[in-house]
Design a protein around this ligand. Structure first.
Ligand SMILES: NC(=O)c1ccc[n+]([C@@H]2O[C@H](COP(=O)([O-])OP(=O)(O)OC[C@H]3O[C@@H](n4cnc5c(N)ncnc54)[C@H](O)[C@@H]3O)[C@@H](O)[C@H]2O)c1
Length: 333
């Protein structure tokens, strides 16, 4: 039996990850620790509630005593650390929770694991901490080029700066202590369970309610979209097969301008729901003042994780995006 802590398991990616790991690893017991911020929803994990292989504890990672207590009591063999404040717009209007949860919170769980695992030689060697981060730490790209694991960090928002800071702390724990850590930097995810505030849920909710669909600037910003299930399988791969101290970029080789993505979502809604104004949900698109410091383009070179660990995305974008649209239509109707 392996005992795994997933932090942030009541959020978008964490809940998808726990459902996958629970199903695929019947010999794992999973402890979900989450503060339950506005972005979380424990309902997605309802099917696991009565299982003896799944536990949930409401914990704020910023509270060091609570973190120490759960790490000492549960004695994890591994950690997948996802908990974070994750919405860039919120980090611009109020950066403090980002510094606390993403920087101090990461330090607390990492340090408590270091202290526990260092007590025993086997644990120290075998127990792994996967730190889940974002491609936004690399800053922005022009029309060409890709982020590799060697790209210098250049975070531009308080969110990406807080994630970059936590990445640096994790890096230092490998170089200083030799702790068994792996960091992943992933591109934009899409799929079920994402909070209402994010782009794809916002487009679908506003469209079916015939409200304006807000698009920043001219919608020219480019993002590399990856299905959440592919991200979860990459995290599982990094946890099981990654090399200690390494960083792996995760991406979908799937770049879209925001406006192209919104058009695609509207086309799926036209086909699946109909009833758009004058027959087309695109008529609701409304360009709004751009986000402050809005990064132009993110694009990931994910060849390292493919070549070294054998992971690559396996889902079909159009099929999974349509499936995602249907999931949110069901939620918001
Ligand atoms: N969503 C993406 O496209 C994306 C892409 C790359 C990386 N990431 C990273 O993946 C991770 C998960 O992202 P997400 O989209 O699922 O975010 P989310 O906002 O949906 O979920 C985050 C979860 O963390 C919890 N949390 C926040 N602060 C906490 C604290 N102090 N203590 C305990 N729990 C806390 C929240 O309650 C929530 O359940 C984050 O670290 C994020 O930076 C996300």
């Amino acid at each position: 039996m392996k005992k795994i802590i997933v932090t942030g398991g009541a959020g978008f990616i964490g809940s998808n990850l726990i459902l996958k790991l629970f199903k695929e690893h019947p010999d794992w017991t999973i402890m979900n620790i989450d503060k339950l911020t506005y972005a979380s929803d424990t309902g997605y994990l309802k099917p696991l509630r009565d299982s003896e292989r799944y536990y949930f504890k409401k914990i704020d990672l910023v509270d060091r005593d609570e973190v120490k207590d759960i790490v000492k009591t549960f004695q994890p063999d591994g950690v997948l650390h996802l908990a974070a404040e994750s919405h860039v717009d919120n980090s611009i209007s109020g950066p403090e929770p980002f510094i606390l949860s993403n920087v101090v919170g990461t330090f607390n769980i990492l340090e408590e694991c270091r202290q526990l695992w260092q007590e025993d030689e086997e644990s120290w060697k075998n127990n792994r901490f996967v730190h889940v981060s974002t491609d936004e730490v690399y800053g922005e790209l022009e029309d060409d080029g890709f982020f590799t694991e060697q790209t210098p960090y250049a975070p531009n928002s308080p969110y990406s700066a807080s994630k970059a800071s936590s990445d640096m702390i994790v890096r230092a724990y490998f170089h200083t202590y030799g702790m068994n850590v792996v960091t992943t930097n992933c591109s934009n995810n899409y799929g079920p369970h994402q909070h209402d505030e994010k782009l794809i849920p916002t487009v679908i909710r506003n469209a079916i309610n015939h409200n304006p669909i807000p698009v920043y600037g001219k919608g020219e910003n480019v993002r590399d979209w990856l299905n959440v299930i592919d991200h979860c399988s990459a995290l599982e791969t990094a946890f099981l097969k990654g090399k200690a101290g390494e960083v792996y970029n995760i991406g979908g080789n799937n770049e879209w301008k925001n406006i192209e993505l919104v058009h695609k979502l509207c086309d799926f809604l036209n086909e699946e729901v109909g009833n758009g104004p004058d027959g087309d949900y695109k008529n609701l698109i409304s360009f709004v003042t751009d986000r402050l410091g809005h990064d132009f383009r993110y694009a990931i070179d994910a060849s390292k994780i493919k070549n070294e660990l054998g992971w690559e995305p396996s889902t079909d974008f159009d099929g999974m995006l349509r499936h995602t649209v249907l999931w949110y239509v069901q939620k918001y109707k």
